[in-house]
Write a protein that binds this ligand. Structure first.
Ligand SMILES: [Mg+2]
Length: 228
């Protein structure tokens, strides 16, 4: 299987969109099962509950555009046209948080807000080259708490760079809702920042049960970092 879909999103029928949503859920469920069986003894962050919102966004993403993702990148990669078998290999070798694919202009940083400056730099390069392509930078709402995000947004807005930041807002930074992080403060970001809301589903963080990784079949010799 090369990728989860064969048509452009905007050409898909309602049934085909619903089928794609189901395939995303099935992929993630299969990985969750492996993780719960202690077959992936590495950090993994699962997606869920945001399939429809993401498919809507990916309708706008064109070939040649750049996609920057986070520690929670499985869905982004699959919707970018990533091969699910390849993604499974990446996850099994411990690189769930470091998905990289040169052919798809797909890059990840698992550092909170760390991706914003990289996305901004690529957007600057695209503008200098006179490219029509854009940068799409996915971030969690925890990134709104970070100064790096503010700096990148101001630079992109001020120089009108082809970069869109998409806040995937589940009102959680790890487990802490916004009200406990910064009270009632709301900032109006410029138009290069978009937001969608979703309710995270099990097991977005934690599985509520203990998993014994001591008998894991995965390698325990991995040092970490992306494999190019
Ligand atoms: Mg969040």
């Amino acid at each position: 299987m090369e990728k989860l879909f064969s048509k452009k999103f905007e050409e898909m029928s309602k049934e085909e969109i619903s089928d794609l949503k189901q395939k995303l859920i099935e992929f993630e469920s299969s990985i969750i099962k492996l993780w719960e069986n202690a077959e992936i003894p590495y950090p993994c962050h699962f997606s869920g509950g945001n399939e429809e919102q993401l498919i809507e966004i990916f309708k706008e993403i064109k070939p040649g555009d750049w996609i920057f993702s986070t520690h929670r990148g499985h869905y982004h990669y699959l919707l970018a046209g990533g091969n699910p078998e390849k993604l499974k290999e990446i996850i099994l070798r411990g690189d769930s948080m470091h998905i990289f694919d040169k052919n798809l202009n797909f890059f990840t940083s698992a550092i909170v807000a760390g991706i914003c400056a990289i996305a901004t730099g690529v957007a600057l390069a695209l503008k200098k080259k006179g490219s029509n392509n854009k940068v799409w930078c996915f971030i969690g709402d925890g990134v709104e708490d970070e100064g790096h995000f503010y700096e990148a947004v101001r630079y992109v807005d001020g120089w009108n760079l082809p970069c869109i930041f998409i806040i995937e807002d589940n009102n959680r930074s790890v487990e802490t809702p916004k009200s406990e992080r910064y009270g009632t403060s709301e900032i109006s970001w410029p138009r290069c920042v978009r937001r969608y809301h979703y309710k995270a589903i099990y097991p977005h963080v934690g599985t509520t049960k203990w998993i014994d990784f001591s008998k894991s079949t995965g390698s325990n010799e991995k040092i970490g970092g992306p494999s190019f």
